[in-house]
Design a protein around this ligand. Sequence first.
Ligand code: HMG
Ligand code: MG
Length: 308
Amino acid sequence: MSLPSKVRIVEVGPRDGLQNENKPVTTATKVELIHRLGKIGIKSIEATAFVSPKWVPQMADAADVFAAIEKLPDVSYPVLTPNMKGFEAALAAGAREVAVFGAASESFSQKNINCSIAESLERFRPIVEAAKAADVKVRGYVSCVLGCPYEGEVTPLAVADVAQALIEMGCYEISLGDTIGAGTPGRTRDMIAAVARRVPLKKIAGHFHDTYGMAAANVYASLQMGIGIFDSSVAGLGGCPYAAGASGNVATEDVVWLLYGLGIDTGIDLDALVDTGVWISKKLKREPASRVARAILARRAMASGANA
Ligand code: HMG
Ligand code: MG
Protein backbone atom coordinates (compact mmCIF):
# COMPACT_ATOMS: atom_id res chain seq x y z
CA MET A 1 0.00 0.00 0.00
CA SER A 2 1.30 3.51 -0.83
CA LEU A 3 2.04 5.84 2.05
CA PRO A 4 -0.53 8.56 2.86
CA SER A 5 0.34 11.92 1.26
CA LYS A 6 -0.75 13.89 4.31
CA VAL A 7 -0.51 13.13 7.99
CA ARG A 8 -2.31 14.76 10.89
CA ILE A 9 -0.40 14.98 14.15
CA VAL A 10 -2.34 15.06 17.42
CA GLU A 11 -0.02 16.65 19.96
CA VAL A 12 -0.69 15.05 23.34
CA GLY A 13 2.18 16.59 25.32
CA PRO A 14 0.07 18.94 27.46
CA ARG A 15 -2.07 15.98 28.60
CA ASP A 16 -0.32 12.61 28.20
CA GLY A 17 3.05 14.33 28.47
CA LEU A 18 2.38 16.13 31.73
CA GLN A 19 -0.19 13.93 33.53
CA ASN A 20 2.50 11.76 35.10
CA GLU A 21 4.78 14.55 36.35
CA ASN A 22 4.94 14.15 40.09
CA LYS A 23 5.90 17.78 40.77
CA PRO A 24 3.07 20.22 40.00
CA VAL A 25 3.45 22.02 36.67
CA THR A 26 1.90 25.47 36.88
CA THR A 27 -1.25 26.28 34.97
CA ALA A 28 0.63 29.13 33.29
CA THR A 29 3.31 26.73 31.98
CA LYS A 30 0.68 24.33 30.64
CA VAL A 31 -1.12 27.18 28.88
CA GLU A 32 2.08 28.59 27.42
CA LEU A 33 3.03 25.13 26.13
CA ILE A 34 -0.31 24.90 24.33
CA HIS A 35 0.12 28.40 22.88
CA ARG A 36 3.62 27.61 21.63
CA LEU A 37 2.44 24.36 20.01
CA GLY A 38 -0.45 26.13 18.28
CA LYS A 39 1.85 28.76 16.79
CA ILE A 40 4.10 26.25 15.03
CA GLY A 41 1.48 24.59 12.89
CA ILE A 42 -0.02 21.82 15.02
CA LYS A 43 -3.73 21.57 14.36
CA SER A 44 -4.82 19.18 17.14
CA ILE A 45 -3.54 19.77 20.66
CA GLU A 46 -4.90 17.57 23.46
CA ALA A 47 -5.06 20.23 26.13
CA THR A 48 -5.93 18.55 29.43
CA ALA A 49 -8.10 15.91 31.12
CA PHE A 50 -11.32 16.42 33.08
CA VAL A 51 -10.60 13.44 35.32
CA SER A 52 -10.76 12.94 39.05
CA PRO A 53 -8.02 14.99 40.75
CA LYS A 54 -7.74 12.15 43.27
CA TRP A 55 -6.66 9.85 40.46
CA VAL A 56 -4.50 12.26 38.46
CA PRO A 57 -3.58 15.30 40.58
CA GLN A 58 -1.58 16.92 37.78
CA MET A 59 -4.78 17.46 35.75
CA ALA A 60 -6.69 19.09 38.65
CA ASP A 61 -6.50 22.50 36.92
CA ALA A 62 -8.23 21.28 33.73
CA ALA A 63 -10.93 23.99 33.77
CA ASP A 64 -8.39 26.76 34.45
CA VAL A 65 -6.07 25.53 31.71
CA PHE A 66 -8.89 25.26 29.21
CA ALA A 67 -10.29 28.69 30.05
CA ALA A 68 -6.89 30.37 29.69
CA ILE A 69 -6.09 29.01 26.21
CA GLU A 70 -6.37 31.61 23.47
CA LYS A 71 -7.97 29.26 20.98
CA LEU A 72 -6.79 29.54 17.40
CA PRO A 73 -9.63 29.21 14.88
CA ASP A 74 -8.09 26.35 12.91
CA VAL A 75 -6.84 24.35 15.91
CA SER A 76 -8.78 21.70 17.82
CA TYR A 77 -8.19 21.33 21.57
CA PRO A 78 -9.57 17.92 22.63
CA VAL A 79 -9.79 17.04 26.33
CA LEU A 80 -10.19 13.68 28.08
CA THR A 81 -13.55 12.94 29.68
CA PRO A 82 -13.92 9.57 31.48
CA ASN A 83 -17.54 10.05 32.57
CA MET A 84 -20.51 12.42 32.43
CA LYS A 85 -19.09 14.50 35.28
CA GLY A 86 -15.96 15.13 33.23
CA PHE A 87 -17.96 15.74 30.06
CA GLU A 88 -20.22 18.29 31.75
CA ALA A 89 -17.22 20.12 33.16
CA ALA A 90 -15.53 20.09 29.76
CA LEU A 91 -18.67 21.37 28.06
CA ALA A 92 -19.05 24.14 30.66
CA ALA A 93 -15.42 25.10 30.01
CA GLY A 94 -16.21 25.42 26.30
CA ALA A 95 -14.61 22.24 24.90
CA ARG A 96 -15.56 21.47 21.30
CA GLU A 97 -13.87 18.07 21.20
CA VAL A 98 -13.59 15.44 23.92
CA ALA A 99 -12.05 11.98 24.12
CA VAL A 100 -13.33 8.91 25.90
CA PHE A 101 -10.71 6.34 26.84
CA GLY A 102 -11.25 2.62 27.10
CA ALA A 103 -8.91 -0.34 27.05
CA ALA A 104 -8.52 -3.73 25.42
CA SER A 105 -7.45 -5.23 28.75
CA GLU A 106 -9.81 -5.76 31.69
CA SER A 107 -7.13 -5.21 34.36
CA PHE A 108 -5.96 -1.94 32.84
CA SER A 109 -9.55 -0.73 32.53
CA GLN A 110 -10.05 -1.40 36.25
CA LYS A 111 -6.80 0.30 37.28
CA ASN A 112 -7.23 3.29 34.98
CA ILE A 113 -10.93 4.11 35.18
CA ASN A 114 -12.20 1.79 37.91
CA CYS A 115 -14.62 -0.26 35.82
CA SER A 116 -14.75 -3.19 33.41
CA ILE A 117 -14.53 -2.76 29.64
CA ALA A 118 -18.27 -3.38 29.27
CA GLU A 119 -19.07 -0.88 32.04
CA SER A 120 -16.77 1.69 30.43
CA LEU A 121 -18.62 1.40 27.14
CA GLU A 122 -21.94 1.97 28.95
CA ARG A 123 -20.36 4.98 30.68
CA PHE A 124 -19.19 6.42 27.36
CA ARG A 125 -22.53 6.03 25.58
CA PRO A 126 -24.29 8.97 27.30
CA ILE A 127 -21.17 11.09 26.77
CA VAL A 128 -21.28 10.44 23.04
CA GLU A 129 -25.03 11.14 22.95
CA ALA A 130 -24.71 14.39 24.92
CA ALA A 131 -21.74 15.42 22.81
CA LYS A 132 -23.69 14.81 19.62
CA ALA A 133 -26.55 16.97 20.92
CA ALA A 134 -24.06 19.74 21.76
CA ASP A 135 -22.23 19.38 18.41
CA VAL A 136 -19.05 18.31 20.18
CA LYS A 137 -16.73 15.79 18.50
CA VAL A 138 -15.76 12.63 20.37
CA ARG A 139 -12.50 10.78 19.86
CA GLY A 140 -12.18 7.25 21.22
CA TYR A 141 -9.03 5.75 22.70
CA VAL A 142 -8.24 2.08 23.15
CA SER A 143 -5.34 1.45 25.54
CA CYS A 144 -3.08 -1.59 25.81
CA VAL A 145 -3.40 -2.43 22.12
CA LEU A 146 0.01 -4.12 22.06
CA GLY A 147 0.32 -5.30 25.63
CA CYS A 148 -0.96 -4.70 29.15
CA PRO A 149 1.19 -3.93 32.20
CA TYR A 150 -0.96 -6.33 34.27
CA GLU A 151 -2.01 -9.06 31.82
CA GLY A 152 0.82 -9.17 29.30
CA GLU A 153 -0.30 -10.09 25.81
CA VAL A 154 -3.46 -8.55 24.35
CA THR A 155 -4.95 -10.08 21.22
CA PRO A 156 -5.64 -8.01 18.09
CA LEU A 157 -9.22 -9.31 18.25
CA ALA A 158 -9.72 -7.82 21.74
CA VAL A 159 -8.51 -4.46 20.39
CA ALA A 160 -10.77 -4.69 17.34
CA ASP A 161 -13.83 -5.44 19.54
CA VAL A 162 -13.41 -2.28 21.63
CA ALA A 163 -12.48 -0.13 18.61
CA GLN A 164 -15.59 -1.32 16.80
CA ALA A 165 -17.81 -0.63 19.81
CA LEU A 166 -16.46 2.92 20.06
CA ILE A 167 -16.87 3.69 16.36
CA GLU A 168 -20.40 2.25 16.32
CA MET A 169 -21.21 4.39 19.36
CA GLY A 170 -20.33 7.51 17.36
CA CYS A 171 -16.66 8.32 17.97
CA TYR A 172 -15.32 10.04 14.86
CA GLU A 173 -11.84 8.51 15.20
CA ILE A 174 -10.18 5.73 17.20
CA SER A 175 -6.72 6.20 18.63
CA LEU A 176 -4.92 2.90 19.26
CA GLY A 177 -2.68 3.25 22.29
CA ASP A 178 0.43 1.19 22.85
CA THR A 179 0.32 2.31 26.47
CA ILE A 180 3.46 0.51 27.60
CA GLY A 181 5.38 0.85 24.34
CA ALA A 182 5.82 -2.90 24.06
CA GLY A 183 4.86 -3.14 20.40
CA THR A 184 7.09 -4.04 17.50
CA PRO A 185 6.34 -3.33 13.81
CA GLY A 186 5.18 -6.87 13.00
CA ARG A 187 2.71 -6.95 15.89
CA THR A 188 1.63 -3.40 15.10
CA ARG A 189 0.77 -4.50 11.55
CA ASP A 190 -1.23 -7.51 12.79
CA MET A 191 -3.14 -5.39 15.29
CA ILE A 192 -3.96 -2.67 12.74
CA ALA A 193 -5.02 -5.29 10.19
CA ALA A 194 -7.52 -6.68 12.73
CA VAL A 195 -8.91 -3.24 13.60
CA ALA A 196 -9.09 -2.15 9.96
CA ARG A 197 -11.51 -5.02 9.28
CA ARG A 198 -13.98 -3.23 11.59
CA VAL A 199 -13.02 0.48 11.47
CA PRO A 200 -12.24 2.45 8.28
CA LEU A 201 -8.48 3.12 7.98
CA LYS A 202 -9.09 6.87 7.70
CA LYS A 203 -10.59 6.83 11.19
CA ILE A 204 -7.67 5.05 12.87
CA ALA A 205 -4.86 6.88 14.69
CA GLY A 206 -1.66 5.44 16.11
CA HIS A 207 -0.62 6.36 19.67
CA PHE A 208 2.77 4.86 20.44
CA HIS A 209 4.76 5.15 23.64
CA ASP A 210 8.50 4.75 23.25
CA THR A 211 9.49 2.55 26.19
CA TYR A 212 11.48 0.09 24.05
CA GLY A 213 12.55 2.65 21.43
CA MET A 214 10.23 1.10 18.83
CA ALA A 215 7.67 3.93 18.57
CA ALA A 216 9.05 5.52 15.38
CA ALA A 217 9.35 2.05 13.79
CA ASN A 218 5.73 1.39 14.75
CA VAL A 219 4.68 4.72 13.22
CA TYR A 220 6.41 3.67 9.99
CA ALA A 221 4.73 0.24 10.05
CA SER A 222 1.38 1.99 10.55
CA LEU A 223 2.06 4.39 7.67
CA GLN A 224 2.69 1.38 5.47
CA MET A 225 -0.72 0.05 6.51
CA GLY A 226 -2.28 3.37 5.38
CA ILE A 227 -2.64 5.09 8.75
CA GLY A 228 -2.43 8.89 8.45
CA ILE A 229 -3.04 10.15 12.01
CA PHE A 230 -0.48 9.93 14.83
CA ASP A 231 -0.48 11.09 18.44
CA SER A 232 2.87 12.31 19.72
CA SER A 233 4.32 14.39 22.46
CA VAL A 234 6.78 17.27 22.15
CA ALA A 235 10.20 16.33 23.57
CA GLY A 236 8.82 12.80 24.11
CA LEU A 237 7.22 13.89 27.39
CA GLY A 238 5.02 11.54 29.29
CA GLY A 239 4.03 8.24 30.76
CA CYS A 240 0.82 6.77 32.08
CA PRO A 241 0.11 6.92 35.83
CA TYR A 242 -1.48 3.45 35.63
CA ALA A 243 1.30 1.75 33.63
CA ALA A 244 4.42 1.73 35.78
CA GLY A 245 7.63 2.04 33.80
CA ALA A 246 5.88 3.17 30.61
CA SER A 247 7.82 6.02 29.10
CA GLY A 248 6.65 9.00 27.11
CA ASN A 249 4.92 9.13 23.78
CA VAL A 250 6.87 9.05 20.57
CA ALA A 251 8.40 12.53 20.32
CA THR A 252 6.63 14.87 17.92
CA GLU A 253 10.07 15.95 16.65
CA ASP A 254 10.86 12.31 15.74
CA VAL A 255 7.57 11.84 13.88
CA VAL A 256 7.92 15.12 11.97
CA TRP A 257 11.51 14.19 11.01
CA LEU A 258 10.44 10.71 9.89
CA LEU A 259 7.62 12.13 7.80
CA TYR A 260 9.83 14.87 6.35
CA GLY A 261 12.25 12.17 5.19
CA LEU A 262 9.37 10.41 3.43
CA GLY A 263 8.26 13.63 1.72
CA ILE A 264 5.08 13.78 3.81
CA ASP A 265 4.17 17.28 4.90
CA THR A 266 2.73 17.96 8.34
CA GLY A 267 2.74 21.76 8.16
CA ILE A 268 4.78 21.78 11.39
CA ASP A 269 7.89 23.97 11.75
CA LEU A 270 10.48 21.47 13.04
CA ASP A 271 12.99 24.06 14.27
CA ALA A 272 10.32 25.89 16.26
CA LEU A 273 9.09 22.54 17.58
CA VAL A 274 12.60 21.71 18.82
CA ASP A 275 12.70 25.12 20.56
CA THR A 276 9.38 24.38 22.25
CA GLY A 277 10.70 20.98 23.37
CA VAL A 278 13.79 22.63 24.85
CA TRP A 279 11.61 25.24 26.58
CA ILE A 280 9.27 22.71 28.28
CA SER A 281 12.15 20.34 29.11
CA LYS A 282 13.96 23.20 30.89
CA LYS A 283 10.79 23.89 32.87
CA LEU A 284 10.77 20.21 33.88
CA LYS A 285 14.54 20.31 34.53
CA ARG A 286 15.56 17.68 32.01
CA GLU A 287 16.86 17.20 28.46
CA PRO A 288 14.40 16.59 25.61
CA ALA A 289 13.96 12.82 25.17
CA SER A 290 13.69 13.26 21.40
CA ARG A 291 16.77 11.90 19.60
CA VAL A 292 15.98 14.15 16.63
CA ALA A 293 15.83 17.22 18.89
CA ARG A 294 19.16 16.29 20.47
CA ALA A 295 20.78 15.86 17.04
CA ILE A 296 19.41 19.19 15.81
CA LEU A 297 20.61 20.90 18.99
CA ALA A 298 24.08 19.37 18.57
CA ARG A 299 24.17 20.49 14.94
CA ARG A 300 23.14 24.00 15.96
CA ALA A 301 25.81 24.09 18.67
CA MET A 302 28.46 22.99 16.15
CA ALA A 303 27.33 25.61 13.64
CA SER A 304 27.37 28.39 16.22
CA GLY A 305 30.84 27.23 17.40
CA ALA A 306 32.11 27.32 13.80
CA ASN A 307 30.70 30.84 13.36
CA ALA A 308 32.18 32.14 16.62
P1 HMG B 1 -14.13 6.53 40.72
O1 HMG B 1 -13.39 6.70 41.98
O2 HMG B 1 -14.73 5.21 40.42
O3 HMG B 1 -15.22 7.67 40.51
O4 HMG B 1 -13.12 6.91 39.54
P2 HMG B 1 -16.47 8.07 41.35
O5 HMG B 1 -17.54 8.39 40.35
O6 HMG B 1 -16.75 7.06 42.42
O7 HMG B 1 -16.00 9.43 42.04
C1 HMG B 1 -14.97 9.47 43.00
C2 HMG B 1 -14.59 10.93 43.26
O8 HMG B 1 -14.04 11.52 42.09
C3 HMG B 1 -15.79 11.79 43.63
O9 HMG B 1 -15.30 12.83 44.46
C4 HMG B 1 -16.20 12.39 42.31
O10 HMG B 1 -16.88 13.61 42.43
C5 HMG B 1 -14.85 12.61 41.65
P3 HMG B 1 -15.58 12.80 46.05
O11 HMG B 1 -17.05 12.74 46.19
O12 HMG B 1 -14.89 11.57 46.58
O13 HMG B 1 -14.96 14.08 46.51
N1 HMG B 1 -14.92 12.55 40.19
C6 HMG B 1 -14.44 13.51 39.37
N2 HMG B 1 -13.84 14.68 39.63
C7 HMG B 1 -13.47 15.41 38.55
N3 HMG B 1 -13.69 15.04 37.28
C8 HMG B 1 -14.30 13.87 37.00
C9 HMG B 1 -14.70 13.06 38.09
N4 HMG B 1 -15.32 11.88 38.15
C10 HMG B 1 -15.46 11.58 39.46
N5 HMG B 1 -14.50 13.51 35.72
C11 HMG B 1 -12.80 7.88 37.39
C12 HMG B 1 -13.52 6.83 38.19
C13 HMG B 1 -13.02 7.57 35.92
C14 HMG B 1 -13.36 9.25 37.72
C15 HMG B 1 -11.29 7.83 37.75
O14 HMG B 1 -10.86 6.51 37.65
C16 HMG B 1 -10.43 8.70 36.86
O15 HMG B 1 -10.53 9.92 36.89
N6 HMG B 1 -9.57 8.08 36.05
C17 HMG B 1 -8.74 8.81 35.11
C18 HMG B 1 -7.43 8.11 34.96
C19 HMG B 1 -6.58 8.84 33.94
O16 HMG B 1 -6.75 10.01 33.69
N7 HMG B 1 -5.60 8.09 33.36
C20 HMG B 1 -4.70 8.66 32.41
C21 HMG B 1 -5.35 8.94 31.10
S1 HMG B 1 -5.55 7.50 30.07
C22 HMG B 1 -4.02 7.30 29.30
O17 HMG B 1 -3.06 7.97 29.65
C23 HMG B 1 -3.93 6.39 28.12
C24 HMG B 1 -3.92 7.12 26.78
O18 HMG B 1 -2.85 8.04 26.71
C25 HMG B 1 -3.79 6.10 25.63
C26 HMG B 1 -2.63 5.11 25.85
O19 HMG B 1 -1.48 5.54 25.95
O20 HMG B 1 -2.95 3.93 25.92
C27 HMG B 1 -5.23 7.88 26.56
MG1 MG C 1 -0.83 7.53 26.18
